[in-house]
Design a protein around this ligand. Sequence first.
Ligand SMILES: [Zn+2]
Length: 296
Amino acid sequence: MSKKVFLDPGHGGHDSGAVGNGLKEKDIVLKIATYARDFLSTNYDGVSIRMSRNSDTFVSLSKRTTDANNWGANVYISIHVNAASSPSATGYEDYIWNGNVSQSTKDLQNSIHREMAKVFKSFRNRGKKRANFHVLRESRMSAVLTESLFITNQNDAAFLKKDSNLKKIAEHLAIGIAKYFNLSKKSPSTQPSNSNSVPSGGTYTVKSGDTLTKIAKKHGTTVDELVRLNNISNPNLIRVNQILRLPGGPVYHIVKRGDTVSKLASQYGSTQNQIKNWNKLKDINLIRVGEKLRVK
Ligand SMILES: [Zn+2]
């Protein structure tokens, strides 16, 4: 089972977050999250990544934590930069919830803090902190919120203005996460699988402007299905000219005694949710013997 990392760049859309020295927090944190996502998926095996947003859009706090909870993320990483009324405030700090947290939450903070301290050697280390932030409290997995420097401090902002520094922050954040999970590094020979078996549903070559959502819609499938069929570690990252396998046509199953949606899902390589949606089931625990269900 791959580890599920939920990256949450703070703010977005009409919510700029902190503003100062010509910078907006929402832009900086989106870059850090995107670089961290790419670094993790390029360099490590056994990790899948989702982001609370991957463009400049507003997402409510409750939607962020609900998305992570519903996905079953293993860790929740909220990415922010700090601000203060005093322009002299400076440095790095990170947070976990100030309620009851597991040892693994503390381990995650320790691992991230250790790596981030390497990036911010020449800045003040404000330490490992705890607070009652929504994303830390309402996420059901180990959660850490990072505050990488003060946008309101001239020296800090100068550092944040350089993309090369944002990459550095992102890479160390990613390394902190990878070390926490003990993820194994990808071997350089690992190529995206170019299987020559022709799937029943054929293939699709990604064109410029495509998204998995668009492709899924066009071919009557779901993003989840495409992700599963193509071993995609990051649904937000598909390349132009990438060849995607498409699922075959629908497969039906007549419900026998003892069948459950969960059994059928694993038997046909679908998900319980897909079976639920295809058959418009109100309750997946209520299927009748003799009922014809679409299972793939
Ligand atoms: Zn913020």
